[in-house]
Design a protein around this ligand. Structure first.
Ligand SMILES: [Mg+2]
Length: 510
């Protein structure tokens, strides 16, 4: 397959051969990586409040900005504790714990620490490292504050994960000016107000914006100019394409394919027979094909208020440190996680259609290796009918799933749940007949704490009133202000704050 742009590669194509670290300190307004393609192919921006360089682009040219927080959890720690700035911060746990590094500051990276490394190994290569457990509540706060800053650029902001965002800049030229200058301003604003370093990539598609940002890390801004995508990709080392890591990347290298441009020359039939779908998908990426639109994480109501779009799945996990042998503690932890997740669902006014419970054991006979890890992880899933957000209904289903998992004579490392098929709550369909008490002992316990014990109704009605009452109490006193009997066992030996128990490796998904 010929490569159409081969004859007339613009100067921008020389970009990715060096300087991939970006501006380094992140203080320069235009890091080297982004300056070259910007300046080699377009004139300088006009002075004054004109649309500048982007004003010459054809109307409706897509402009997508990707923003990623550098070393997210470590940066959050440094923002919370200014004395940690400039220090090698390692997030994941304490050095003696059997966990992995979740995030590490660039100072720690310079010493050889990498995310995914064992904590003990990190302590060995970086003896001066400051080890922290990480603070997911603070991280969620930082994410929300960044989202607010980005919403000033465009109404179409997608929160893609805990630390990265997409902004669709189409049609914003008159309001905010050229994309690159808007990116510079928002980077400075986030640095000043949220106090975390960010990297920004700008391009015509989401995947190219993400790639551009990766090349500008840490702290830089990189832009792939519209019309120069093919030229940019032609010389891009293959490892920068998402999906070209691991075994597939190694195989492609072995075949002598070093750049995304090389991959575009391989006939589709060859890729299909050798690598299947993964090969074809990678080639599409190498050609710059990407129709993925920015999906706004908020919708604007008629009265102008913004409502956050709920996530598609919600996950809650906790790791036991040390590993847990008592079954009742594991059940209490699952009950607590279910309660947190159900509370969140009701906050969003959404319901779940499915539930997955996961349980991971420690195998003391075998150590390390992914095959054993997979073997130690058991999961069970169920459909929820009707879809709902009741703590009671979700807890009973979660407990039934946990008990359905094969029992093993091993300590439990981690327990967690995932709520799937999340959707807006429709008008509640009442039951024509009261099905009567389904579970006598729980029924009595429920009535004892029911805020309106004289009010009758179905079990479902009573549980709904109980959920509402607890949600109101928690709005006033924080989630940790109220503890249900089902998670009472956790109170012993666990730190509890206004936000609830301080858990190990709390899930970062929403
Ligand atoms: Mg990041």
């Amino acid at each position: 397959m010929p490569f159409p742009d081969d004859q007339a590669l613009p100067a921008a194509a020389e970009w990715p051969d060096s300087d991939q670290g970006g501006s380094g300190n992140g203080t320069s307004a235009r890091p080297a990586t982004s300056a070259r393609p910007v300046q080699t192919s377009t004139p300088e921006p006009h002075a004054g409040a004109t649309p500048g360089r982007d004003g010459r682009l054809p109307p409706r040219t897509p402009r997508i900005l990707h923003l990623d927080v550098d070393a997210f959890l470590a940066s959050v720690e440094q923002a919370l504790h200014p004395k940690l700035r400039g220090q090698p911060v390692i997030v994941g746990g304490l050095p003696h714990e059997r966990n992995l590094v979740m995030s590490c500051s660039y100072e720690a990276r310079a010493m050889g620490v990498r995310p995914g490394m064992r904590l003990a190994e990190a302590a060995r290569v970086c003896p001066r490292g400051v080890f922290r457990r990480g603070d997911s509540q603070a991280a969620a706060g930082v994410r929300a504050r960044i989202a607010v800053q980005l919403a000033a650029l465009s109404p179409c902001v997608e929160v893609a994960s805990i630390d990265d965002f997409f902004v669709d800049l189409a049609g914003t030229l008159r309001a905010i000016g050229p994309a690159f200058e808007a990116a510079e301003k928002v980077r400075e604003k986030i640095r000043a107000e949220v106090e975390v370093p960010v990297t920004i990539g700008i391009a015509t598609t989401k995947s190219l914006a993400r790639i551009a940002g990766k090349l500008a890390k840490p702290g830089g801004i990189a832009e792939i100019l519209p019309g120069h995508e093919r030229a940019f990709l032609h010389h891009l080392p293959l490892e920068h394409l998402p999906g070209a890591g691991g075994r597939l990347g190694t195989e492609l290298l072995r075949l002598g394919l070093r750049t995304a441009g090389d991959l575009t020359l391989v006939p589709r039939e060859v890729l299909w027979t050798t690598f299947g779908h993964a090969g074809l998908a990678l080639q599409a990426r190498a050609l710059g094909h990407d129709d993925d639109a920015v999906e706004p994480s908020w919708t604007c109501l008629a009265d102008g208020t913004r409502v956050e779009r709920p996530p598609r799945t919600l996950r809650r996990d906790s790791t036991f440190e040390p590993e847990e042998g008592r079954r009742d503690i594991v059940e209490a932890m699952l009950a607590y996680l279910v309660e947190r997740a159900a509370h969140r669902l009701r906050e969003w006014r959404i319901v779940a259609r499915g539930l997955v419970v996961r349980l991971q054991h420690v195998d003391t006979r075998l150590r390390g290796g992914h095959a054993e890890d997979a073997h130690n992880l058991a999961e069970a899933r169920a459909k929820l009918s009707p879809p709902n957000s009741s703590t009671d209904a979700l807890s009973r289903q979660a407990m039934a799933l946990l008990r359905s998992l094969p029992r093993r004579r091993a300590l439990v490392k981690r327990v967690g749940l995932e709520l799937t098929g999340l959707e807006r709550q429709h008008v509640r369909q009442g039951l024509l007949f009261d099905p009567g008490p389904t579970d006598a002992p729980t029924e009595t316990a429920t009535q004892a704490v029911d805020p309106t014990p004289e009010a009758g109704g179905t079990r479902e009605d009573r549980q709904r009133r109980l959920d509402e009452a607890l949600d109101r109490l928690r709005q006033r006193h924080g989630f940790g202000g109220v503890l249900r009997g089902s998670s009472w066992l956790l109170a012993e030996g666990r730190e509890r704050t206004r936000d609830g128990f301080v858990l190990r490796t709390p899930s970062l998904n929403q």
